[in-house]
Write a protein that binds this ligand. Structure first.
Ligand SMILES: Cc1cc2nc3c(=O)[nH]c(=O)nc-3n(C[C@H](O)[C@H](O)[C@H](O)COP(=O)(O)OP(=O)(O)OC[C@H]3O[C@@H](n4cnc5c(N)ncnc54)[C@H](O)[C@@H]3O)c2cc1C
Length: 417
């Protein structure tokens, strides 16, 4: 079978790998001159099922409104958020109730836990070293109030199978000694010993090279998809500025851009771009960078150790498809970094990045068959695509090949959001 995979981020490449590995002729189309050059380029780097909580929670509207009055909000809605946001926000608000929150959170956790296992299996199978580690993640809180307010969502995850330990301030310092000098900044939190970190871009690019060499995966760079030619009866070809690509099946993996590509075919994908900011700093010559992944929950700032680098990221900004950044956008991230890890890395020579999370209203991705018989979906991975991507891609490859996937697909199909 010849399968055309649209999009060369981590999701498209891993899907292409699984298809090529079992002998299919797989072609990945990517508009950039490199793979994983957009959202998958410099994401937060954490493999964190402990952060499965759906953004669509009963308190989400209050958080959104409060953010307008904060100087450094973790969540920001700009008035020029664009039609992608205004068409998405109603389905989002509809899911901001306790029962949807629980169901969505558990769906995301299921995908993330399966994804972590599958990623580790892929690393072992391919020998790829993406610079990450399996040292676990600490979710830390700055005040007793915030810990008390948010603890329930971790109880939900623990009750459904996530390995999680309550961690006092002293236990946090024992787990991650670099927190020691600033221990007064935190009150404690939770420790997920089974979690870790990794460089998504490095993994994706190395996997593509290996898949091309060993399994014949074809990568077409610099191929901008202009439209998908076809009808409700089936896709006939993908039209790019480098010509047409036709196959027996097509997998959509174009991240935040996905809704626009399939709208002319009559498909509605409720996916909105939510911008985030990350910065990487060198840890060479610095003694205070954490080995363990850390998420500071009051400001939602994440720290991932990737070899000789510390990646720090945060914020969710609804501002349409604008992925630009200015150094001023990172002030909140740097403030928290200096408060917790003052000697964590070279904060004077930062490598800045901003990119767009492809977010569905409830949080779970949209996977598998679409109403168009030969078009399959692997989209909407939001803030968790690096953790869940190996499992969702394996599941979609299984579905393309006509097999029942191992991943429980409840709530993950087209139309479920
Ligand atoms: C700031 C931030 C931090 C994050 N941190 C984490 C984390 O710590 N852990 C975690 O698990 N997840 C994290 N994520 C989420 C994760 O990075 C994403 O879910 C994942 O990268 C999505 O991958 P993708 O392949 O779907 O999208 P992308 O990486 O965006 O890939 C889609 C590809 O399609 C291509 N494309 C789009 N349109 C076209 C077209 N018309 N023609 C040709 N090609 C096209 C794009 O160029 C792109 O390369 C984070 C995201 C952000 C933004």
């Amino acid at each position: 079978m010849r399968v055309i995979v649209l999009g060369g981020g981590l999701i498209g490449v891993i899907t292409g790998y699984f298809l090529a590995r079992e002998g299919h002729e797989a072609v990945v189309l990517e508009r950039n001159e490199a793979l994983a050059a957009e959202t998958s380029f410099q994401n937060g780097g954490l493999l964190a099922p402990g952060h499965s909580q759906s953004w669509a929670s009963p308190g989400a509207l209050r958080t959104l409104i409060k953010s307008w009055f904060e100087r450094e909000p973790a969540l920001r809605l700009r008035l020029d958020a664009g039609s992608s946001f205004w068409g998405w926000v109603l389905p989002f608000l509809r899911q901001c109730n306790e029962s949807s929150y629980r169901a969505n959170t558990l769906r995301v956790m299921r995908c993330m836990m399966a994804g972590l296992d599958d990623l580790r299996a892929l690393r072992a199978e391919t020998g790829i070293d993406d610079g990450g580690n399996d040292a676990g993640i600490l979710y830390v809180f700055r005040t007793e109030g915030s810990l008390e307010e948010k603890a329930g969502s971790w109880t939900l995850l623990r009750d459904h199978g996530l390995e999680l330990e309550d961690a006092s301030r002293e236990r946090c310092v024992e787990i991650e000694p670099t927190l020691g000098p600033c221990r007064e900044e935190i009150v404690g939190g939770f420790h997920a010993p089974g979690e870790g970190s990794g460089d998504a871009c490095r993994f994706t690019r190395e996997l593509a090279v290996l898949a091309a060499r060993q399994h014949g995966l074809r990568i077409e760079l610099g191929a901008n998809i202009e439209h998908i030619r076809g009808s409700a009866a089936g896709v006939e070809a993908v039209v790019t500025d480098r010509g047409e690509f036709a196959g027996d099946a097509y997998v959509l993996a174009t991240g935040p851009e996905s809704p626009g590509l399939v709208r002319p075919l009559g498909l509605r994908l409720p996916i909105c771009p939510a911008k985030g900011y990350t910065v990487s700093v060198s840890t060479v010559g610095y003694e205070g960078a954490p080995q363990v992944g850390v998420i500071e929950e009051d400001n939602l700032v994440a720290f991932a150790r990737l070899g000789d680098w510390l990646r720090v990221g945060g914020q969710a900004e609804f501002s349409g498809f604008d992925a630009s950044w200015r150094p001023a956008n990172f002030s909140g991230v740097f403030r928290v970094a200096r408060e917790l890890f003052p000697d964590g890395g070279d904060y004077y020579r930062p490598h800045y990045w901003a990119c767009l999370r492809p977010v569905t209203p409830g949080g779970p991705p949209i996977l598998g068959a679409s109403p168009i018989p030969n078009l399959f979906l692997n989209v909407g991975h939001g803030a968790a695509g690096w953790t869940m991507g190996s499992a969702t891609s394996r599941a979609v490859a299984d579905i393309v090949c006509g097999r029942e996937p191992d991943l429980d697909m409840e709530g993950l199909a087209y139309g479920d959001q």
